[in-house]
Design a binder for this molecule. Sequence first.
Ligand code: GAL
Length: 667
Amino acid sequence: MGGLLGPGLAFGGDYNPEQWDEPVWREDDALMRQAGVNLATVGVFSWALLEPEEGHYSFDWLDAQLDRLHANGVRVDLATPTASPPPWFTLAHPEAMPVTADGTRLTHGSRDTYCLAAPAYRRAAARIAGALAERYAGHPALAMWHVHNEYATVCYCEQSAAAFRVWLRARHGSLDELNSAWGTAFWGQRYGSWEQITPPRATQWHQNPGHLLDFRRFWSDEALAAYTEQRDAIRRHSGPRTPVTTNLMLPGYQVIDLWAFGREVDFVGIDHYPDAPGVDAGADTAFGADRARSFGGGKPWLLIEQGTNTVHTAERTLAKEPGDLLRHTLGHLGRGSDGALFFQWRQSKAGAELWHSAMVPHAGPDTRIHREVVALGAALERLAEVAGSTVAAEAAVLWDADAWWALDTNGMPSADLDYHATVRRAHRALWEAGVTADFAHPEHDLSRYRLVLAPSLYLLSDAGAASLRRYVEGGGTLLVQYFSGVVDARHQVRTGGYPGALREVLGIRGEEFRPLATGATAALSDGSSGTVWSEDLRTEGARAVLRYASGSLAGRPALTRHAFGAGTGWYLSTRLDDERYAALLARVLEECGVAAEVPGLPPGVEAVRRRGPLDGRDTGWLFVLNHLDTPVQLPGITAGRDLLTGADVPGDGLRLAPGGVAVLREP
Ligand code: GAL
């Protein structure tokens, strides 16, 4: 079966040969061959070398590098260099430098020194993308196009303001509509002309939530337009057989609407750097991978960047233990990635990322890390047959950029409401239950899922509310968590009782939120207690499964269950501790008939399945990962051949060493 970019799995990383010279290139060739590298991401930040003066290109060096890679059997993921404009660009177009919310104009000397909305930048970016495509579309090494690098910057300058006004006119049509949508009657914020509207720059006190939300939507659309302009410039020269994509930023960054990007890229590519060791890294990897698969609508996708070892962040650098490289990579592959790329091939000895790990470390190839890289290359060759296979899920977690952006504004009833953390926790609870989950948008057709979780879905559009209603009516099980469905797409409260958009489906009516102080608890009728949030809630058709047990809420429902149409709507009005949350999910999963991939695995052991045709037969590949530092024996897994070792699973169950892994072709 074919993979995303040809037969087998992609393996390699960012390759920045311009940092080195001939003897090093020769060593790179030999080492790449030895490691089985078959894909190199080239040119990500090379703009100053490719266009040393405005409109004057210098392609000879890149010709030579691509020819050399090709001769060595390495295909190329050719990047447009637009995340790092050259110094001449800044001097010629100072107005295109980004401005922060407090009005500071940033200067040259790093990367991402541009405003995405600046016409001069956009023209220059589309031009270099087109020039690259014209030159290299027919190059035999070319496997894919990599537009830009991690769309993640925001700018509040005058050019952003101008573009924002154009966007607002298109969205709202008239100033009256805008004033009404943003509720500018409050605090006397009424706008009398479009020119009066600026990006939401630093203010004295709370900003207008509708204004903030619209700016984030605008910015995401602007980033997407910047992407599609480059993509189209490439497409004018490069045929449809060479896919175009970009590398999406880590899950915690929320600057773009990933569903929208998922629609425009030929396949989804992500960067992923787990920020915690051990089991947490396993959960985090699954979170990133499930998102990547979901944004692409279930297509195979590609891990474009990960680290071999230390990743420098502002706070610390996290070292990988022996074995992590293979296990983290398999965490992505098991969830659908058709390969594994790293940042970067050879560790820099100068420049801003000199302490970021690489496939060839400072100490050279005779190192633990490089040996693990070579072993990983060999492992990926043994796994070639899984390329192109897919992952199916029966459960989904709702994820919506609008809901995140809306919740992420000032003036919320509790500082402990954290969209990303709440979504991550819901996904993690499913991961710990051994259940593979997709992410989905509330407006998607959800009917293929037996269970849908709605954590912190603060903003819910009318279409989203109707979709969730259809889903439950049609037989689905929906578990909604507190502070969901309370505002509409304009960021205005749905009045008449909480959670406005979902009251009927959930059979409840909330009168009053009772956020809990940090560390405070609300006693519950089963002897446990909730934190963060509580509510004064009545049932209107639902059944109270748990009640508050003390204070003025004593006797009021805390957890409810409502039979609605052919399905069930659950509502959880407080934050349960990990154990009770897991128990609630276990109950709901059982009720709606969603089983773990492999029931009964010990906590910290992960199993996930890809499926696809092999020799004309539907085949399953079970990825089993032991994130624990102790060995495990798994009596629940008694059949299959481990592609990594060639051994059949013994009848008394698969054994895995501490940190060990297996990829079983199922009989
Ligand atoms: C990524 C980025 C790379 C490199 C890497 C380091 O976010 O795309 O260029 O900076 O981080 O972790």
